[in-house]
Each structure stands twice: as structure tokens, then as C-alpha cells.
Design a protein around this ligand. Structure first.
Ligand code: GAR
Length: 190
């Protein structure tokens, strides 16, 4: 299908959000296609899934390289693949201001909280400790401010008595896998 937005997905681990994005893109009416999966962790489980689904992959550890050289290599790989939009999916590394500026308004991320609540790490434990009764996830634009860009979509889930961080993470993840593909589709057709 012509004119689908070319998306590169950055992962650091399991990659279930990447799988949801790539699987949704198999639908003929999906307005984006996943043209590359890249990772800062060469042993990320999601890379195996991507390879077994014939998705081009690029893996590079920043260790020993330094952040500028590492990000320059990721940037080149994305551009070589003709990527137009970068989707972070469990990518657990902060992008530099330089990288963010180079891809201004073209990087999206999924975060496991209802932003602006609980930016950063340990979102589920913090929501439970605060006795919140509703949690969820957000897809947002990536800016220089950690988890601070415009929110593009959110989904809520209940926080139940007896939940721990793992049970809440599982419930939120199910919401993420539905939210991310539909929000990315809306973003690329905005
Ligand atoms: C997801 O829950 C995602 O929201 C979270 O990591 C998990 C990755 O799972 N991302 C962050 O915490 C980003 N700060 P996945 O690798 O199976 O998609």
C-alpha cells in the first residue's frame, strides 16, 4: 500500500508493544508500516520476534561507544531505512537533546502511567503507594523533558485492592497493547 508512514521502533527488552504495533500494521488499512526495529540491547527478546517476522533489525550497545556515537549510529540506521516516525516501545534509555531535536515532533513513546502523573520509573508502585484507584498508560510526543511531551492518547485501568506492582503492570500492559497502535495510527494521519 502506498504512502504509509514508515515507522522505526526502538526497544530495550521484551518488545510486546513493538509486536502490537507491527501486528496492527499487517492490516491493509493501517496508515503506518514498521520498517525497522532497533535496540540498545543486542540480546533484547523483541529482536528475535522481529527477525522471525522478517522485520529489519538494528542492534547496538552504547557501551564503550559513548552516547553521541551510539545515537549517531541509531540515527543513521533509521534514516537509511527511510524512517519517518520513531516509536519508543519499552526503550529504557534517555534520548539526548540533539537526537530529540533532529526528530522534533516525530518521536512518540508509551509510558505506563496517566501522565502527567508518575513520570520516570516505578510508576505502578508509586500509584499503589499513593492509593490511587485508577491507573493507566499514555502515548505522548517525546521532547527534551522526560515524559513531558504532549499526550496523544491515554487508557485507564482500575487499581484493585490487593494489587501489587506486577499485577497492575500486567493490567496496564494489556491496555497499552490496544492503545499504542490506535494512537500511532491517529498520529500519522493527523
Ligand atoms: C511497557 O510497560 C512500557 O510502557 C514501559 O516498559 C514496558 C515495556 O514492555 N515503558 C517505560 O517504562 C518507558 N519509560 P514491552 O517491552 O513488552 O513493550
Amino acid at each position: 500500500m502506498a504512502d504509509r508512514t514508515r515507522v522505526g521502533v526502538l526497544i530495550s527488552g521484551r518488545g510486546s508493544n513493538m509486536m502490537a504495533l507491527a501486528t496492527a500494521a499487517l492490516e491493509p488499512d493501517c496508515p503506518y508500516e514498521v520498517v525497522m526495529v532497533a535496540s540498545d540491547k543486542p540480546d533484547a527478546a523483541g529482536l528475535d520476534w522481529a527477525r522471525s517476522h522478517d522485520l529489519p533489525t538494528f542492534a547496538l550497545s552504547p557501551r564503550g561507544l559513548g552516547k553521541p556515537a551510539y545515537e549517531a549510529a541509531i540515527d543513521s540506521a533509521l534514516r537509511d531505512a527511510g524512517v519517518e516516525v520513531v516509536a519508543l516501545a519499552g526503550y529504557m534509555r534517555l534520548l539526548s537533546d540533539t537526537f530529540v531535536a533532529a526528530w522534533r515532533d516525530r518521536i512518540v513513546n508509551i509510558h505506563p502511567s496517566l501522565l502527567p502523573k508518575y513520570k520516570g520509573l516505578d510508576t505502578h508502585a508509586r500509584a499503589i503507594a499513593a492509593k490511587d484507584t485508577v491507573g493507566g498508560c499514555s502515548v505522548h510526543l517525546v521532547t527534551e523533558e522526560l515524559d513531558g511531551g504532549a499526550v496523544l492518547g491515554q487508557a485507564e485501568v482500575p487499581i484493585r485492592p490487593g494489587d501489587d506492582a506486577d499485577s497492575l503492570a500486567n493490567r496496564v500492559l494489556a491496555a497499552e497493547l490496544a492503545l499504542y497502535p490506535k494512537t500511532l495510527a491517529a498520529f500519522v494521519t493527523r
